[in-house]
Design a protein around this ligand. Structure first.
Ligand code: ADP
Ligand code: MG
Length: 480
């Protein structure tokens, strides 16, 4: 068996993010996902002879937004290059990408693993066009080609080989995923392929300065698979070397069903692609004005928001982390606090508790929540002013989830108001004590557990509407 204590893994990720532009990077064809095959394949996507690409300004803008957010240098001047290779889903015979002068240069991203912060370098991020898709199902021995995706703008984000475990790689990938959604430059939909990852993995004996030979695992589209694929690949390389073999530089595929990686092709070198500047496209100039305008309009980023949530709303680290995990969830929370006008921690508890659990069960994003922020605020407000107890609030929550009324309407219609009237509570307690004399005696003889029994009986008799503090107080007095 291998001993990982003698080996260190080195990982670098290349992440393809699909930029959320309305149209393709070099044409006016739509980028909407899921259309009938080839209905969004214009003459540019098809690579017809004689057609000319025109750069989409919004793709450039989104790349600059990303670069600004990771503190990267934005190239004042960048160019597009042709990356030549033959594949059926690439009719031009080359992909338009950036090679020598990418639009985004060196930047960084801080990740947190096991309570420690680590800085991961971003080498570069470049603009390129996506290829089409080969369809193997329903074609009976032949392959269908769908060019709807051809020409969709991608930003390929290349990291430094700074990660040392699958866990760090996943943390980096999640951080990046969160960031691009915050910036609203990518929808982050991993099932649809809007955010996918190639993982470069090598191992070296601990203490060795040089890197080992790497293998690249292509196109992994879930956080879970990235972790599994990398861990599997680390094991494979260690075993191979310990058995006297050598890692070869190659491209591998991860098979999630078998949980293994297998060789796809030997790694091509940059010169195999015969990169050269695309003569059809002008260089891209990013002006100081554009850079400044983008910098001053950058939305509040996750880290800053988290700090603000902790100070302004008195949230603990866990709640602040959850509530800032997406921009939509964060604004939902802020809208609830504003509308409920009460304890922000109580709002946070009910959002991260009851609401998140229900959304999870229904597999819904916060934006699809059947309870909008205003109605949810109505619930928390009534909890906060003691109109209802926590227990009743869960019932009200169910009605809110399944209906359209406000919390106040539900409380009124169902008669769920908490009873704080001491006279009413006292009368019920008297009846219960009279009916349970034996248990009352047991309590007086020192069996403290009996107290809970009585609280339960009273609550039951009051259908959960009794004010718990009041019930406790009166019971205590009557039982001594
Ligand atoms: P290519 O374009 O051929 O894929 P790059 O030099 O651009 O090669 O590197 C691609 C990725 O591989 C980068 O994320 C980089 O950090 C990572 N990488 C480079 N060398 C190693 C190595 N020895 N082990 C692990 N990752 C590496
Ligand atoms: Mg690569």
């Amino acid at each position: 068996m291998t001993t990982n204590t003698q080996w260190e893994a080195v990982i670098g990720l290349e992440i393809h993010t699909q930029l959320a532009t309305k149209t393709k990077i070099f044409s006016g064809a739509s980028t909407t996902y899921g259309a009938e095959p080839n209905t969004q394949a214009c003459i540019i996507s098809l690579g017809m002879p004689g057609v000319l690409p025109v750069l989409n300004e919004d793709a450039v803008r989104k790349a600059v937004i990303f670069g600004t957010a990771i503190n990267a240098e934005i190239a004042p001047y960048s160019i597009f290059a042709r990356k030549n290779y033959f594949y059926p889903d690439l009719p031009k015979g080359y992909q338009i990408s950036q090679f020598e002068l990418p639009i985004v240069g060196k930047g960084f991203l801080d990740i947190e693993v096991d309570g420690e912060t680590k800085r991961i370098g971003v080498t570069r991020a470049h603009l390129e066009e996506d290829a089409g898709k080969s369809l193997h199902e329903n074609f009976h021995g032949s392959t269908g080609i769908d060019l709807n995706r051809a020409g969709t703008p991608l930003l390929e984000i290349v990291s430094e080989p700074d990660m040392r475990s699958a866990k760090e790689a996943v943390a980096y990938m999640k951080k990046l995923h969160e960031l691009v959604r915050y910036l609203e430059i990518c929808d982050g939909n991993m099932q649809e392929g809007s955010f996918r990852c190639d993982a470069n993995v090598s191992v070296r004996p601990k203490g060795q300065a040089e890197f080992g030979t790497r293998a690249e695992i292509k196109n992994i589209n879930s956080f879970k698979f990235v972790e599994k694929a990398i861990n599997h690949e680390i094991e494979r390389q260690i075993e191979l070397i310990e058995d006297g073999g050598k890692v070869v530089q190659e491209t591998r595929l991860y098979d999630s069903v078998k949980d293994e990686t297998r060789s796809m092709r030997s790694k091509e070198e940059a010169n195999d692609y015969r990169y050269f500047p695309d003569p059809d496209l002008l260089p891209v100039f990013v002006s100081e004005e554009l850079k400044n305008e983008i910098r001053s309009n950058l939305p509040e980023l996750p880290e800053a928001k988290k700090v603000r949530f902790k100070t302004d709303y008195k949230l603990n680290d866990e709640a602040a982390t959850i509530l800032t995990s997406s921009r939509d969830l964060a604004s939902y929370f802020e809208n609830v606090v504003k509308a409920a006008n009460c304890d922000s921690v109580l709002c946070a508890n009910w959002i991260t508790g009851e609401l998140s659990a229900a959304l999870n069960r229904a597999d819904l994003e916060i934006t699809m929540s059947p309870i909008n922020a205003e109605r949810f605020a109505g619930l928390v407000a009534r909890l906060s002013d003691d109109t209802i107890s926590g227990k009743i609030a869960k019932q009200v929550f169910e009605f809110l989830w399944n209906g359209t009324e406000s919390a106040d309407e539900i409380i009124e219609a169902k008669g769920l108001k908490q009873i704080t009237d001491t006279g009413a509570i006292e009368a019920i307690i008297d009846t219960i004590l009279a009916a349970n004399e034996k248990q009352a005696q047991q309590y007086r003889d020192g069996n403290e557990k009996m107290f809970g029994f009585f609280v339960g009986q009273v609550m039951k008799a009051m259908q959960g509407k009794g004010n718990p503090a009041e019930i406790n107080k009166i019971l205590k007095a009557k039982l001594t």
